[in-house]
Design a protein around this ligand. Structure first.
Ligand SMILES: Nc1ncnc2c1ncn2[C@@H]1O[C@H](COP(=O)(O)OP(=O)(O)O)[C@@H](O)[C@H]1O
Ligand SMILES: [Mg+2]
Length: 268
């Protein structure tokens, strides 16, 4: 059997008396796009924060390549190869593409506080890495503010990969974008997947997007895994059912019909 890149077992996270994650099991494999789906409040962000070292678990364990991990900070998680691309992206729109690419990890001539930045070399690396991922920015010295939302997502992804991410966590990367930009990001995901060595955890609300790129699904509801599987095994109806937190579609239709009647009564 193939060893998963990330193995999560019985993971628990509590906020005071409230249990946000109640014993999560999850396997993430190299080269796969793993869609993490679930309604608001399901625990997706909490799970991601545990994986990226922002929170510490109250129970259970995270393994990376079979080794048990105890992340004390995001730096620990990133050293273990977990690269998280947040919705806010942590980019500075006023600074150049290159400066954002290297942010905090610049190349210097000489020793650091007095050294000179190796700008030409950094520009070249940034340009090459962006081309590898499918975006030919004409000038890496241009400000990030001139890039589209989709290109910015791609920049954050290219940066995480260049600095050693083995698993990329993308938290709702398409949700704030227009249709054309959403496609750009999905294309980036497909290109990264094509390398075969990197796992992608793709958090989304969008059933169509997950269908277009995911190899495997995990559904969360109220802090628990309620289902999952390979995308070719799951029928559209099942996906919709699990996305709704396991609620029957016909119950939702009934609820909506009841609401419609209510408004009608109020109006008349
Ligand atoms: N820092 C926190 N303190 C208290 N409760 C929290 C905190 N973070 C999340 N929660 C609660 O945990 C549950 C899961 O939240 P979250 O992980 O953000 O869900 P999702 O990302 O799936 O919408 C929610 O009920 C939320 O209110
Ligand atoms: Mg969230």
């Amino acid at each position: 059997m193939v060893e998963p890149l990330i193995r999560v077992r019985s993971l628990v996270k509590q906020f005071g008396p409230f249990t946000a994650l109640n014993g999560i099991d999850l396997d993430i494999y190299r080269g796969e796009v793993h869609a993490l789906l679930g309604d608001n409040g399901a625990g997706k962000s909490t799970l991601i924060r545990l994986l990226s070292g922002l929170y510490r678990p109250d129970g259970g364990q995270i393994f990376v390549e079979g080794k048990p991990m105890r992340f004390r900070s995001p730096r620990d998680a990133s050293k273990a190869g977990i690269g998280t691309v947040y919705q806010e992206l942590a980019l500075n729109p006023l600074m150049s593409v290159t400066r954002n690419f290297f942010m905090g990890r610049e190349l210097f001539w000489g020793t650091k506080p007095f050294g000179l930045l190796r700008m030409q070399e950094m520009d070249q690396i940034t340009h090459e890495e962006m081309i590898k991922i499918g975006i030919d920015i004409s000038d890496p010295r241009q400000a990030v503010g001139t890039m589209s939302g989709g290109q910015r997502q791609t920049l954050a992804i290219a940066r995480a990969i260049y600095f050693g991410a083995k698993v990329l966590i993308l938290d709702e990367p398409t949700s704030a974008l227009g249709l054309k930009q959403q496609m750009e990001v999905l294309k980036t995901i497909v290109r990264v997947r094509g390398r075969g060595d990197i796992a992608i955890i793709f958090i989304t609300h969008n059933e169509l997007h997950s269908k277009l790129v995911a190899d495997r699904y995990t559904f969360l509801a109220l802090g628990e895994v309620i289902g999952g599987g390979l995308s070719e095994e799951l029928a559209g109806e099942q996906v919709r059912h699990l996305m709704a937190g396991g609620v029957e579609m016909k119950d939702l239709v009934k609820e909506l019909a009841a609401a419609r009647n209510e408004t009608f009564r109020h109006a008349s």
